[in-house]
Design a protein around this ligand. Structure first.
Ligand SMILES: [Zn+2]
Length: 399
């Protein structure tokens, strides 16, 4: 057990940490987390390995207790020998934090993304020192009962898949802030940053409603419009981390202006500000928040119903654009603005039908209602994936 600046770090000596594994072992663990339990034959097929080579990799993992045979084999009826392999996720703990403009949401989760504890802080301001101190406080609070292998932080901005620097976060007013290094110095825990919509998508894929789906998108509506894309089992980031810049796509020839001055872009209809101002201004009310907006629509207020109808149209055009380009069979909707669907769904469905290419297949559109803890859980999953895909020893910044 090590005391690192007040953070109690316990490690079981007999189970290796994920970042200590070699590339082959990490690939096995990754496949089991993504799609396990898996028979040895299926695992060998997925990893393009021979059975003998796979046995060589899995034997020490079985001996150490990192993976085990599932007690009730489900595939024997299909004639595959031996019990499927499964990762014992409980030995590996991660903390994930979602940073909004004025709050922190945190979870402690195991390697499979199962949440063990949650935490929350209200930020007094968005100064770097304040945010770092509050995250460290949360880590101290939540890290005591188990070993924390990595910390993941999800927040808005232009970050690569596993980043160390916050770029272009307009909500905090941050750019080029080396948040991961600051947190590593304060906690002693390897830390990685991710765009928040992409982190949410990672959690949805790993152990949420996207589990078992190889291709889908997560489209979020709230303070902004966010997008995460999974293609062929991979969460896309792109060479500069900029995959998913869909929020200012034009969806209408008319409509309100967004904060950047676009008329008829998706954000001008879909963001929380667009909704609340779109309703509040014509009604002469300054007290309209999202809950009020939903209540007004529920009560049949014509202005609110029109705003949500327009928002639904914008959402539908975005979904059709996504599916036309990427051929995605499923789109998962999330975010705190999701309550709009109660009144926006008919116009969303109509816009999808209108804008979908005649040769495209209509996607299934699923609403995933969750709080910001789910975004934090995604950040914890990103931390785990980081250790399995791109271990921190490769980053000179974290040395
Ligand atoms: Zn715009």
């Amino acid at each position: 057990m090590n005391e690192v600046q007040g953070v109690c770090v316990q490690r079981r000596a007999d189970v290796p940490t994920l970042d200590s594994l070699g590339p082959s072992a990490r690939a096995v663990v990754r496949a089991l987390l993504l799609a396990g339990p898996l028979s040895r034959a299926e695992l060998a097929r997925r990893l393009e390995r021979s059975p003998a080579s796979l046995t060589k990799t899995t034997r020490p993992l079985l001996i150490s207790g990192l993976i085990r045979e599932e007690s009730a084999p489900s595939s024997e009826s299909r004639g595959r020998p031996g019990a499927p392999l499964v990762l014992d996720a409980s030995h590996h703990r991660f903390i994930g934090v979602k940073v909004t403009s004025d709050e922190l949401y945190a979870v402690r989760a195991d390697a499979s993304g199962q949440v063990e504890a949650t935490g929350h802080r209200v930020l007094a301001d968005s100064e770097e020192a304040t945010v770092v101190a509050e995250i460290v406080d949360l880590v101290n609070e939540m890290g005591e009962t188990g070993s924390i292998q990595a910390l993941g932080v999800g927040l808005a901005g232009q970050m690569s898949r596993f980043d160390h620097t916050v770029r272009s976060n307009t909500y905090l007013g941050w750019d080029q802030v080396p948040l991961a290094r600051l947190l590593e110095q304060a906690t002693g825990i390897p830390t990685v940053l991710s765009g928040d919509a992409r982190a949410l998508t990672a959690g949805v894929q790993w152990s949420g409603p996207g589990r078992g789906m190889s291709d889908f998108a997560v489209l979020t509506v709230g303070v902004g419009v966010g997008l995460g894309i999974v293609l062929e089992d991979r969460v896309l980031a792109g060479p500069t981390g900029n995959v998913g810049m869909l929020g200012h796509n034009r969806v209408s020839d008319s409509g309100p202006l967004c904060a950047r001055g676009h008329r008829g872009c998706a954000s001008s209809f879909l963001t929380t500000e667009a909704i609340t101002q779109g309703i509040g201004v014509p009604l002469g009310r300054v007290d309209v928040d999202l809950a009020t907006a939903f209540a007004l629509a529920e009560a049949g207020n014509e202005v609110a119903l029109r705003v949500f109808r327009d928002a639904g149209h914008a959402l539908g055009v975005l979904i059709a654009q996504l599916v036309n380009i990427l051929g995605l069979p499923a789109v998962i909707l999330a975010g705190d603005g999701l309550g709009m669907l109660a009144h926006a769904r008919p116009s969303m469905d109509a816009a999808i039908a209108e804008h979908l290419d005649p040769n495209a297949t209509a996607p299934s559109v699923v609403a995933f209602t969750s709080g910001f803890d789910e975004w934090a859980r995604g950040a914890a999953v990103v931390a785990c994936q980081w250790l399995l895909v791109d271990p921190p020893t490769r980053h000179p910044e974290s040395a």
